[in-house]
Design a protein around this ligand. Structure first.
Ligand code: ZN
Ligand code: ZN
Length: 251
């Protein structure tokens, strides 16, 4: 009995000691546990350099094939409409993939904020030039958001909207049914089928999109099927422009 009490109090003391140690020790780089770069809350200098080298230009691509070659009507590589353009920050591979997975599934929200700010260092100006009226995050279905407790696209979209001075509209579109996670579906045709007509305009917060400029925000774009379907009810109202911004492109 006495031994048990001592053991328990030992655990408590050790717990307090660990908390204290964490308070005293400075936070470390999320990529390599090294010392943080000056004024950077998340990365050391070399992880930051590596990240920057992986994230290419600022020009929009076709969200369905990643091609750069399109005229006003269609993409010359895949033939789909070129009305929707994708601005993305990094390819979904190596460290970019690792960081996004940590942000998305392990709840490291400050990492999502930091990645978004890094992306905005490059994209705020070109996006601002397009004069978007609204920034809309890809909504999760209610049940999935309750399980995860946050929507990663909302975290990104809120910061993008602020940086480009557009109105942030989180509740204007909703998912009418729960869909399977796109990443878990292997064929492209099934991914399109999975999200078809899955989104509607919200009756509660109805926004008129006619002749307006809209930027839809997602964390990762793969086939472009989800963002295409999110944009469907908006496009039915004949907006002037609908584009996509994502942290990563996996197509
Ligand atoms: Zn590092
Ligand atoms: Zn294309």
């Amino acid at each position: 009995m006495l031994k048990q009490v001592i053991n328990q109090s030992g655990l408590i003391v050790r717990g307090i000691f660990d908390d204290f140690k964490q308070l005293l020790s400075p936070p470390l780089c999320i990529g390599c546990d090294g010392n943080l770069a000056n004024n950077d809350p998340v990365f050391c200098e070399s992880c930051l350099e590596s990240l920057k080298s992986k994230c290419p230009g600022i020009h929009p691509v076709c969200p369905f094939c990643g091609g750069y070659d399109f005229d006003n009507k269609s993409c010359r590589s895949c033939g789909r409409s070129s009305k929707i353009r994708l601005y993305y920050w990094g390819r979904y591979e190596d460290d970019v993939m690792g960081y996004i997975l940590k942000f998305k599934f392990q709840g490291v929200l400050e990492l999502g904020v930091r990645l978004t700010d890094e992306a905005l260092n490059r994209f705020a100006d070109p996006l601002r030039k397009n004069n978007y009226d609204f920034v809309i995050p890809v909504p999760l279905h209610g049940s999935r958001q309750r399980r995860r407790e946050y929507n990663q696209s909302e975290i990104i979209a809120r910061r993008v909207a602020k940086a480009i001075r557009a109105e942030y509209l989180p509740d204007s579109i909703f998912r009418v049914r729960s869909t399977r996670q796109q990443a878990k579906i292997d064929s492209e045709a099934k991914r399109w089928e999975n999200v078809k007509n899955a989104f509607r305009l919200s009756g509660e917060r109805y926004i008129e999109f006619t002749a307006r400029r809209v930027l839809i925000v997602d964390d990762i774009v793969t086939t472009g099927a989800t963002v295409y379907e999110v944009s469907r009810p908006i496009r039915e109202q004949k907006p002037e422009m609908v584009d996509i911004f994502s942290l990563a492109y996996a197509g």
